[in-house]
Design a protein around this ligand. Sequence first.
Ligand SMILES: [Zn+2]
Length: 262
Amino acid sequence: MPDLQNLKRVDLSDLHQPAQIANRIHRALSQVEGPVPAVRIARALDISQVRLDKFDGFEGMLLTDRRRSDGVILANTCRGDRRARFTVAHELGHFLMERHVPSDEAGFRCTAGDMQETREMQRHFRQEKEANRFAIELLAPGAAFKACANLAPDLEHVRKLSTRLDLSKEATARRYRELHEAQVAMVFHRNGLVRYVDRSDGFPPPSVKKDTTLPASVLTGVSSGTCPNWRSPIPRTGSTALPWQSCRCRRSTRRRATGSPC
Ligand SMILES: [Zn+2]
């Protein structure tokens, strides 16, 4: 259990970038072995109450004033506890980034609604993006990925990190892709239909497109967790689409690390 005594909001007041704020919080906490205690961190940074419950119409809400004297966070648990943890960190990001403008008099109300191309919505979109960036930097610190960032890409690492960090597999997979030294692409699907592809800069455009069906050969065994591609990278010259549990990668030119896997 990390000691939060050294965590002071005033020490964050000169920072405005999400990654910088999250990194300074981690420095104050020192090493966190298990899940990052998002609620305790929020409470230590002047959030007077965090309420986790089932709500209608929003993922999360931050009730505060323009001076950010204190705040109350509401996080919807309808999509699971891990999602709620992420929401707490997201709302804390709004609270700590004092340039973020509340969506109404009461504070911030965050939904998954589509964005419109108005100036107001562009600002809202930027703020949401920054709050998401803060949340992932806080809940999935780079240090946790260091041991496997230069090993051959393996979704077993993603699964273990997801459990260790108490973070969704999807969020963990995207962070893993982002921090891995090799170029990696992840294909996310629902019921065999491609949702999106997340890939490293320079990774070739994927052969699979949004809303197309993944080949049955790739989907075989996914539901039982026995997909033969679970551990094996797909050759980048292949045209096979992947379930999200697989990764498509180009091996790094670096030598495989000899340290223990994460
Ligand atoms: Zn938000």
